[in-house]
Design a protein around this ligand. Structure first.
Ligand SMILES: [Zn+2]
Length: 144
């Protein structure tokens, strides 16, 4: 078996070995209660640095996905700009409608008062139609 990077079963850190399931050299020494040399400690530091570096490489975006993300950001920015234009259009339309509907309401109130005097049941021999129309007009007047 050629040498490959494997995970040490004792410390979970990577090391290069040709033996499957073998402990790394510092762990092998610890098992036999050998003193760890400065080189062993440096080796452990390298193992830890390797793990940190490979984790960073995994979580960080690759070149391809970075470009993909840039395209996505551009598309989303365009969508946002589109939505903002739509919002601005709707806002001005809403303002126009608010102005015109408030005008219509005051007109309606005047018209309702006029219609109320015109169709009062007293003036129509208490006809059912006049009573109904008056009721509806009164309801409309209350709303405002
Ligand atoms: Zn180990």
């Amino acid at each position: 078996m050629p040498k490959t990077v494997q995970t040490c079963p004792s410390c979970d850190l990577p090391h290069v070995t040709k033996w499957a399931g073998a402990s790394c050299l510092p762990c092998w020494k610890k098992d036999r209660e050998y003193d760890l040399s400065k080189a062993d400690l440096a080796f452990i530091e390298m193992q830890e640095a390797y793990v940190t570096a490979s984790q960073g490489a995994k979580s960080g975006p690759s070149r391809a996905s970075e470009n993909h993300l840039k395209v996505q950001v551009k598309l989303l920015q365009q969508k946002v700009a589109d939505r903002e234009r739509t919002i601005a259009t709707l806002r001005s339309e809403a303002a126009v409608l608010r102005r015109s509907s408030s005008g219509a309401q005051t007109f309606d109130q005047v018209l309702i008062r006029t219609l109320l005097t015109l169709c009062h049941p007293d003036k129509h021999y208490n006809s059912e139609t006049a009573t109904e129309a008056t009721k509806k007009l009164l309801a409309m007047r209350k709303k405002k």
